[in-house]
Design a protein around this ligand. Sequence first.
Ligand SMILES: Nc1ncnc2c1ncn2[C@@H]1O[C@H](COP(=O)(O)OP(=O)(O)O)[C@@H](O)[C@H]1O
Ligand SMILES: N[C@@H](CCOP(=O)(O)O)C(=O)O
Length: 300
Amino acid sequence: MRVRVKVPATTANLGPGFDTLGMALSLYNEIEVEPWTGGVKIEVSGEGKDLVPRATNNSVYQAIQMVYERIGIRMRGVRIHIHNEIPVTRGLGSSATAIVGGLLGANALCGNLLTESQLIEMAVQLEGHPDNVAPALLGGVVVSGVVGGKTYVKRFNPPEGLRCVVVTPDFQLSTLASRRALPASVAFKDAVHNVNCVALLVSALAEGDLTLFSSVMQDRLHEPYRRKLIPGMEEAFAAAKGAGALSVALSGSGPSLIAFCTSGYEHVGHAMRAAFQNAGVTARVLQLFPEKNGAQVLHS
Ligand SMILES: Nc1ncnc2c1ncn2[C@@H]1O[C@H](COP(=O)(O)OP(=O)(O)O)[C@@H](O)[C@H]1O
Ligand SMILES: N[C@@H](CCOP(=O)(O)O)C(=O)O
């Protein structure tokens, strides 16, 4: 038996929702898993194929192994084929797709013994935070958090008519390196600002209130500290707003930026790319949609 899993990209944080908010996007990785008697074989094609480990430190393999251990079945060997459409180490949740693809693929091979909430707990354990793995698994917009050691998730559909312009600079920034730039503490007024904005942002997204959405996508917890790692980020934010985007945020841990629009996507993309170019950074632009569906298991 062979199982294929299609997993969407994600944009985590959504501005003020650090480690809390995320949305699935219409760009996908596919992960194929099959039991194999010849040991462990990992093949990778597509985006960033040379950045993905082929040994037992591969995230898909580690997720598969976790499922077999949890269920208590001995894994004899496995062949994994990964096809990436999502750029790697660019803030679009490629690591989350690997974890979610491995967990769902292995669970399907083992007769779907693990529940959705068990899979979410396992994904968070592997990734370290829930805001990209949860929307990769569930689709749509997901509010998530680890409170008292337990992971909570709430999913809802993205607002109708919202389009995403993703601008991806041509350099890598790992989540690890981007998290190292964060401070150990922040000013009380900045924490209050983010509590205000994230609560209002969730209600704007849930109700489809794009005017409020445009006003409250503002962050003071991570974007100001990560800016120094991404030349042109501030200018590209200003360019997006100037070209008519509703809002703009760092996507995940960066370096991609995501602007949200209801029209004028091409203009917004050109303006952001030009701002990066002025700062000496080449970048590519993708026009994407919020994705309602989460990871899907396709038997092949
Ligand atoms: N399709 C994939 N299959 C296996 N591992 C992957 C895949 N995509 C990314 N990874 C792993 O995740 C790492 C990147 O994770 P991270 O720094 O969080 O960036 P991203 O924002 O792209 O998730 C890669 O170096 C690689 O080890
Ligand atoms: N909240 C995390 C999100 C990381 O997402 P990724 O898509 O960049 O892996 C962070 O901001 O560090």
